[in-house]
Design a protein around this ligand. Structure first.
Ligand code: ZN
Length: 145
C-alpha cells in the first residue's frame, strides 16, 4: 500500500491537469485525465481505509475520507485539524448506530504539520471502525454447560 500523502499528491496534480485540459482541449484529450482523477480518488480512499474490516451490516468494503476542519477564532490565528473517517456508503444513511471509524489530529496552524500525522490518524480511524464492525466474538464457539 502506498503512502497517503503520495497518493493524495498525485490525485491533486491529476485534478489540476484535468481542470486545465477540460477548458481548452477536446474530450478525447481530457477524458483519460478524468479517468486518472477517478482512479486516484479510489486509490486514496482505499489507502486511507487500509486494513479496515468489511462493514458488519452489509459486508461491503468501507471507504476512507479526510475532512479539513478550520477553527476560526474572532481573535488570533486560525487553526486546522484533519478528520479521518472510515464508513460504509451503502449503510450510512439507514444505519441507526453510528459505526463510522473516526479520528482527528490536534488543532495546528499548518497543513504540513497536519500531514505528518496522516498515516497515524488514518490508522486510528481504521482501528475505531474495526472495533465497531468486528465480527461477533464467540458466535461459533462451543457453549459452556
Ligand atoms: Zn454497509
Amino acid at each position: 500500500m502506498r503512502n497517503i500523502l503520495v497518493v493524495r499528491g498525485e490525485w491533486e496534480k491529476a485534478q489540476a491537469d484535468y481542470a486545465a485540459a477540460v477548458k481548452l482541449q477536446p474530450e478525447s484529450a481530457w477524458r483519460p485525465l478524468h479517468k486518472r482523477v477517478v482512479a486516484l480518488a479510489k486509490e486514496l480512499s482505499k489507502t486511507i481505509a487500509a486494513d479496515a474490516v468489511p462493514c458488519s451490516r452489509c459486508g461491503g468494503e468501507p471507504i476512507g475520507l479526510r475532512h479539513v476542519r478550520g477553527d476560526l477564532p474572532r481573535l488570533g490565528k486560525p487553526t486546522y485539524r484533519h478528520v479521518y473517517e472510515i464508513g460504509c456508503v451503502s449503510c450510512h444513511d439507514t444505519d441507526k448506530d453510528d459505526r463510522r471509524g473516526m479520528a482527528e489530529t490536534p488543532r495546528m496552524g499548518s497543513g504540513a504539520e497536519l500531514d505528518k500525522l496522516a498515516e497515524k490518524t488514518a490508522k486510528e480511524a481504521v482501528a475505531d471502525w474495526n472495533a465497531k464492525n468486528a465480527p461477533p466474538v464467540g458466535k461459533d464457539a462451543p457453549r459452556e454447560s
